[in-house]
Ligand binder design. Structure first.
Ligand code: HEC
Ligand code: HEC
Length: 205
C-alpha cells in the first residue's frame, strides 16, 4: 500500500502494483473515502455518486483518467484528485474496480440544484438523442446514465465541457462529441434548468 494525501485533507492508501494478485473487489472500499458510503457521492470533496453507473462507463472513465484524457487539464482541480487513483492501478485492477462499483446497489441522489424543469425539458430534447429519453444512458453511443446522478456534479461537468477542461484532449473523441453538445446550452441558467429536468427522471433500475 502507499498513501496519497490531497489538498482537501483527504488521504487514502491505494494498492501498489505488487498488491495486484492479492486484490479482491472488497479492497476497493477505499474508493468510499472520497465517493462516500455506498459510493453515494460526497460533495464536500467533489466526488460524485458512482453507484448506478454502468460498468462499461466506469471502466472507460478510469481508463480516461489513467491515460490522461481526463484529469490532465491544468484547471481541472477535481479531475486531478481522481487521476492518481486510476494511474496507480493496472488494467486488470481497473476492470476489478469497475466491477466493484457496479456491485453496489443504487438509489437516486438527492436533488440539490434548483432550476426550471419545464424549460429544462425543452433543452433536454437534444440530449435525449444520445443519453436516452429517460436519461438512462446508451452504451452504443457511449453516453452514460444521467438520471439519479449527483446533480451538482452534472452541472460541474457541463461547465467543464463548455470551457474545454473536459473533452478537448487529443484522442478523446467521445468527450469532443459531448463538448459540442454542451455548447448548445447558452448560459448558466440553461445548465441548471436542464439538470433540474434530469432530476425529475430519477428512475430506479
Ligand atoms: C481522493 C479522492 C478520491 C478517491 C479515493 C477516488 N476518487 Fe473517484 N473521483 C474523485 C473526484 C473528485 C472525482 C470527480 C472528478 C471530476 O470532477 O471530473 C472522481 C470521479 C470519478 C469517476 C468519474 C465518474 C463519472 O460520472 O464520470 C469515476 C468512475 C471514479 N471517480 C471512480 C473511482 C474509483 C473506482 C475509485 C477507487 C478505486 C475512486 N474513484 C477513488 C475523487 C476520488
Ligand atoms: C452526440 C451525443 C451526445 C449528446 C447529444 C449529448 N451527450 Fe452528454 N455525453 C455524451 C458522451 C459520449 C459522454 C461521455 C463522454 C466520455 O466518455 O467522456 C457524455 C457525457 C455527459 C456528461 C458527463 C456525465 C458524467 O458522469 O461525468 C454529462 C453531464 C452530459 N453528458 C450531459 C449532457 C446534456 C445535458 C446534454 C444535452 C444538452 C448532452 N449530454 C448531450 C454524448 C452526448
Amino acid at each position: 500500500m502507499r498513501w496519497i494525501v490531497f489538498a482537501l485533507g483527504v488521504s487514502v492508501s491505494v494498492p501498489t502494483q505488487a498488491d495486484e494478485y492479492n486484490l479482491t473487489p472488497t479492497q476497493f472500499v477505499y474508493c468510499t473515502v472520497c465517493h462516500g458510503v455506498e459510493l453515494k457521492g460526497n460533495k464536500s470533496v467533489d466526488a460524485p455518486k458512482l453507484n448506478g453507473l454502468a460498468q462499461w462507463y466506469v471502466l472507460s472513465q478510469l481508463q480516461a483518467f489513467k491515460s490522461g484524457w481526463r484529469g490532465s487539464h491544468s484547471n481541472d482541480l477535481t479531475g486531478m484528485e481522481m487521476k492518481p487513483m486510476a494511474v496507480v492501478l493496472t488494467d486488470k485492477q481497473l476492470a476489478q474496480a469497475a466491477a466493484y462499483v457496479t456491485s453496489i446497489p443504487t438509489h437516486a441522489a438527492p436533488a440539490t440544484v434548483h432550476g426550471d424543469p419545464i424549460r429544462g425539458e425543452n433543452l433536454y430534447s437534444t440530449c435525449a438523442v444520445c443519453h436516452g429519453p429517460r436519461a438512462q444512458g446508451d452504451e452504443a453511443l457511449h453516453a452514460p446514465q444521467l438520471a439519479g446522478q449527483s446533480d451538482w456534479y452534472l452541472v460541474r461537468q457541463l461547465e467543464k465541457y463548455q470551457t474545454g477542461i473536459r473533452g478537448s484532449s487529443p484522442g478523446d473523441a467521445w468527450g469532443a462529441q459531448m463538448r459540442s453538445s454542451a455548447l448548445v446550452l447558452a448560459d448558466k441558467r440553461a445548465v441548471t434548468d436542464v439538470v433540474a429536468y434530469i432530476n425529475t427522471l430519477q428512475t430506479a433500475k
